[in-house]
Design a protein around this ligand. Structure first.
Ligand SMILES: *[C@@H]1O[C@H](CO)[C@@H](O)[C@H](O)[C@H]1NC(C)=O
Ligand SMILES: *[C@@H]1O[C@H](CO)[C@@H](O)[C@H](O)[C@H]1NC(C)=O
Length: 306
């Protein structure tokens, strides 16, 4: 009798191991909320490219870029143009002004600012901000003040300062600066405290109407590259063509193709079969919670029946 029970338990255990690996869902998702996810981005650990994984993550269906200055919702990704668009909840727009600490990219992050991104520093101190000082000046009291801002960007300042939210602050136009260091200098950092500015605005498109700042596309556009040659890895292209999602695994972050059935291959999912996937004996990851619950349920049933 005892032996028979053990057999039942063992049998059900094995059944559920097989079952769970068959019905386990794909670890790496092909979308996060409404944003389609493709290489080099990924929805979690082991997905996409490891260089990007630590900066762009999917949490509760929200894709987020994280830098040392904060977390920024990703609004859209232009995969053909290789540009990722983010918004900064702390930035000022035509509709709303607010204090901000600025924005910075990590120096080792695989991103650079897209040329379309225009940063405008707002409400800067004309007396103490370093952006208004000529470089190499040693006598503040007797140097002609030449702002380090882009003079050709002056119309941008007038348009922005005509926005109701900003005009209410009643600031002189001289406190506005279209900030030119494209990659924000060697530190990739726009530290508004250091620059003595109260807030900033960033946009990447006039949206066809330069004189209508209400319609501009506010946010930050960042470029990315796949690698030094900027080639889309062919192994990943094949994987995606077969409905797989590219990922990586192991100590050396070797390429894996995460297939719709949840199995990983080293190539693509066209010949997806359980045989090129080594069986898992230990429960791992959330999909396996199902396994644990099922086994527990069965054990309880077997014991209570007898
Ligand atoms: C497949 O690869 C992903 C990403 O590396 C990993 O999280 C997952 O556990 C793997 N799945 C299997 C069944 O090994
Ligand atoms: C300030 O600049 C003016 C004109 O360049 C010069 O004549 C004058 O000597 C300078 N004064 C001081 C204190 O450096």
């Amino acid at each position: 009798m005892k032996l028979k029970h053990s057999c039942v338990i063992l049998l059900s255990f094995l059944t559920f191991i097989t079952l769970s690996s068959l019905i386990a869902s794909q670890t790496c998702k092909s979308s996060c909320g409404k944003i389609p996810i493709k290489y080099p981005f990924g929805t979690g650990l082991g997905c996409g490219d490891p260089r990007f994984q630590q900066y762009v993550t999917c949490n509760q269906e929200k894709l987020t870029l994280t830098t040392h200055t904060g977390c920024y919702p990703v609004t859209t990704i232009d995969y053909s143009g290789q540009v990722i668009y983010i918004s900064d909840p702390s930035m000022s727009t035509c509709a709303c002004t607010q204090p901000s600490k600025g924005f910075g990219l990590d120096w080792d992050a695989p991103f650079s600012f897209d040329d379309d991104t225009v940063f405008t520093l707002l409400d800067c101190s004309t007396t103490s901000s370093p952006i208004y000082r000529t470089s190499g000046a040693y006598d503040d009291s007797n140097t002609t003040v030449i702002p380090q801002c882009d003079r050709t960007g002056a119309p941008i300042c007038s348009f922005l300062y005509s926005c109701r939210a900003i005009s209410l602050l009643n600031l002189p136009i001289s406190t506005c600066c279209v900030y030119t260091p494209v990659d924000l200098g060697p530190s990739f950092e726009m530290d508004l405290q250091k620059l003595q500015c109260a807030s900033y605005s960033g946009f990447y498109s006039f949206n066809g109407q330069e004189s209508n700042p209400y319609n501009w596309k506010y946010g930050i556009a960042l470029k990315y590259k796949f690698n030094v040659y900027n080639d889309y890895p062919s192994s990943c292209a094949n994987c995606e063509r077969s409905n797989g999602v590219c990922g990586y695994d192991g100590v050396y972050n070797t390429f894996v193709c995460n297939c719709p059935g949840g199995l990983n291959t080293t190539s693509d999912c066209f010949f997806e079969s359980p045989f090129n996937h080594s069986p898992r004996l230990l429960p791992r990851h959330t999909a396996d919670n199902f396994l644990i619950y099922s086994v527990a349920y069965f054990l309880v049933r077997v014991f209570f029946k007898n």
